[in-house]
Design a protein around this ligand. Structure first.
Ligand code: ADP
Length: 502
C-alpha cells in the first residue's frame, strides 16, 4: 500500500488544524491557524466561514510539505468540527450570506423562551433542551434577518450546514458540484433531526420555519462522501464527526459504559450507551456517538459544561492573579483546601445538568479568611464539581456506576485538578499518550472506511496509558463539600430577570 497516512482536519472554535497520522496513530505533522472571533454585540459570537475555508486551503499543503509527502501518500481524509455552528451560503457563488453563528451565541434566547410550551415535544424528537446552543434557532434567525434569504432557501439556492458540511462541500468541488452532506452526529445537534429515525423531522422544520430544500443529506459518520478536488485532488473524503464525538471515538470508547471527558475551554463528558437512545431525566443530552456506513448508529449520553478552562483564563486575563494557565496549580497548592469558597462560573447561564440561561456566576462563601490561593483552588474545583454533577446524572440515567473516566484536553496537564476529579468522583481517571483525541477520532473514522485500519480492535491497540489518578479522599468531607457546591449553584439562578433583546 503506497498510502501511508491519514489526514485529519480539526475545525475547532478558535482554530483549524490539519494533522497527519501514520498507521500506529502517531502524529507525523501538524499545522494550525487561528481565525477571528467576531463579537458584534454582547452575547453574539460569529466566525467568517470563508476565512476558515481559506485557512484550511493554506494548512493542508503546508502539512504535506512538512512531512515531505505528496497526495498519493494519503489514504483518505476525515473531519472533526466545532458542533452546532451555523453556516448559510449561496450554492451559485459559494459565498456565505451571513457570518457563521457560533454555538456560544445567545441571541436567540428570547425567541426560544417563547417556545417554552413546545419544550417537551422538541426533547422527545430531537433529544435536546430548548437552548440557543443548538443550530435551529440561529438558522431561523439568519433566514429572518438576511434580505431574501428565506425565499432563496425555499428555491434551493441557499444551503445550510454545520462546519463539516461547509468544508466537505468546498473540498469536493464547491460551486462546481460540491457534495452537500452532513454527518449524523453533527445533524443530531441541529435540533432539526429525529434522533431515532435519523431524518430531518417535519414537525421541527415547521416549528423553526426551515425550508427542507436547504438542508444537507444526513449520512453516516464513516462513509464515502466524495472525492476531493483542489488542495486534496483525488483524495477520498470518508469520515466526519462532531468534535466531542470524535474525542469519544479517538479515546476508543466503543463499548456501552465507556466514558470520556475532554477538558478544554468548556468540558464535555460523553458516555457510550450502545444502540439505545437513553432519554435523560437528569439534564443530559442523548446524542449520536457515531455511525459506520451500513450499520446501526451508536448513541451516547452527553453532559456539556460551558465554562471550565475558560474560568482559568478569566483568573489569568480577567483578574490577573496568574500569568499563565499552568501557574494556577502552584497558586492552588499554596493552601490546603478551598477555605469555604466556591466559584460557580455561570458566565452565560448553566449547561448540563441545569440548562438555565438566566443564571449568572457567583463566588460564594467569601469571608476575610479567603485569599487568592483559595480562590485559585475554588476555580479548579469548579471544573471538578461540574464533572461530578454530570457523572451523577449519567449514573442515575444509565443505571451504571462509572468506574473509570478517560480524559483529554489542555486542563489534563493539571495534576491537582485530575487528582481532585478522581477524589470527588470516587473513580479512576486515566489519560492516554495521544492526547489529540479529537483529530485522532477523525483520522480513525477515515481510516476505518478506507481499510487503513482493519477494525475497531486495531484502533484499541493504539491506546496507551500515560497517566492515572486513583481516588483518595475522606468520603464525609467529599459529600459535605459537594453539598456546599450544590447550594452555591442555587445562588446563581434567576439573575437575569428581563430577556435579552433580539
Ligand atoms: P480548546 O481545545 O477548547 O481550545 P485546550 O484543550 O487547548 O482547549 O485547553 C485549553 C484550556 O485549558 C484553556 O482554557 C486553559 O485555560 C486551560 N489550561 C491549560 N493548561 C492548564 C493547566 N495547567 N491548568 C488548568 N487549566 C489549564
Amino acid at each position: 500500500m503506497t498510502a501511508r497516512y491519514i489526514l485529519a482536519v480539526d475545525q475547532g472554535t478558535t482554530s483549524t488544524r490539519s494533522i497527519l497520522f501514520d498507521q500506529s496513530a502517531r502524529l507525523v505533522a501538524v499545522r494550525q491557524l487561528e481565525h477571528h472571533q467576531h463579537f458584534p454585540r454582547p452575547g453574539w459570537v460569529e466566525h467568517d466561514a470563508s476565512e476558515i475555508w481559506r485557512n484550511l486551503c493554506r494548512l493542508i499543503p503546508e502539512t504535506l510539505h512538512d512531512a515531505g509527502i505528496g497526495l498519493d501518500s494519503l489514504a483518505g481524509v476525515g473531519i472533526a468540527n466545532q458542533r452546532e455552528t451555523t453556516v448559510v451560503w449561496d450554492r451559485r457563488t459559494g459565498k456565505p450570506v451571513h457570518q457563521a453563528i457560533v454555538w456560544q451565541d445567545t441571541r436567540t434566547s428570547a425567541f426560544l423562551e417563547s417556545l417554552a410550551d413546545k419544550a417537551q415535544s422538541v426533547r422527545d424528537i430531537a433529544g435536546l433542551p430548548l437552548a440557543p446552543y443548538f443550530s435551529a434557532s440561529r438558522l431561523r434567525w439568519t433566514l429572518d434577518h438576511v434580505p431574501l434569504a428565506r425565499e432563496h432557501a425555499e428555491n434551493g439556492q441557499l444551503l445550510f450546514g454545520t462546519m463539516e458540511t461547509w468544508l466537505i462541500w468546498n473540498l469536493t468541488g464547491g460551486t462546481k458540484g460540491g457534495v452537500h452532506v452532513t454527518d449524523v452526529t453533527n445533524a443530531s445537534r441541529t435540533m432539526l433531526m429525529n434522533l431515532r429515525t435519523l431524518e430531518w423531522d417535519p414537525y421541527l422544520l415547521e416549528l423553526f420555519n426551515i425550508p427542507k430544500a436547504m438542508l444537507p443529506e444526513i449520512r453516516p459518520s464513516m462513509d464515502r462522501y466524495g472525492t476531493c478536488t483542489g488542495v486534496l485532488e483525488g483524495v477520498p473524503l470518508v469520515g466526519a464527526l462532531g468534535d466531542q464525538q470524535a474525542a469519544l471515538f479517538g479515546q476508543t470508547c466503543f463499548d456501552a459504559g465507556d466514558a470520556k471527558c475532554t477538558y478544554g475551554t468548556g468540558s464535555f463528558v460523553l458516555l457510550n450507551t450502545g444502540p439505545e437512545v437513553i432519554t435523560s431525566s437528569h439534564g443530559l443530552i442523548p446524542t449520536v456517538a457515531y455511525q459506520i456506513s451500513g450499520q446501526e448508529p451508536v448513541y451516547a449520553l452527553e453532559g456539556s459544561i460551558a465554562v471550565t478552562g475558560s474560568l482559568v483564563q478569566w483568573l489569568r486575563d480577567g483578574l490577573g492573579l496568574i500569568t499563565t494557565a499552568p501557574e494556577i496549580e502552584t497558586l492552588a497548592s499554596s493552601v490546603a483546601d478551598n477555605g469555604g469558597c466556591y466559584v460557580v462560573p455561570a458566565f452565560a447561564g448553566l449547561f448540563a445538568p441545569y440548562w438555565r440561561s438566566e443564571a449568572r456566576g457567583v463566588i460564594a462563601g467569601l469571608t476575610s479568611y479567603v485569599n487568592k490561593g483559595h480562590l485559585a483552588r475554588a476555580v479548579l474545583e469548579a471544573t471538578g464539581w461540574q464533572t461530578r454533577e454530570v457523572i451523577d446524572a449519567m449514573n442515575a440515567d444509565s443505571g451504571l456506576t462509572l468506574r473509570t473516566l478517560r480524559v483529554d484536553g489542555g486542563m489534563t496537564a493539571n495534576n491537582l485538578l485530575m487528582q481532585f476529579i478522581a477524589d470527588i468522583l470516587d473513580a479512576t481517571v486515566v489519560r492516554p499518550m495521544m492526547s489529540e483525541t479529537v483529530s485522532l477520532g477523525a483520522a480513525y473514522a477515515a481510516g476505518l472506511v478506507t481499510g487503513f485500519w482493519p477494525d475497531l480492535a486495531s484502533l484499541r491497540r493504539n491506546w496507551h496509558r500515560a497517566a492515572q489518578w486513583t481516588p483518595d479522599m475522606d468520603p464525609v468531607r467529599r459529600e459535605r463539600e459537594y453539598a456546599d457546591w450544590k447550594y452555591a449553584v442555587t445562588r446563581t439562578f434567576g439573575w437575569i430577570r428581563e430577556p435579552e433583546p433580539d
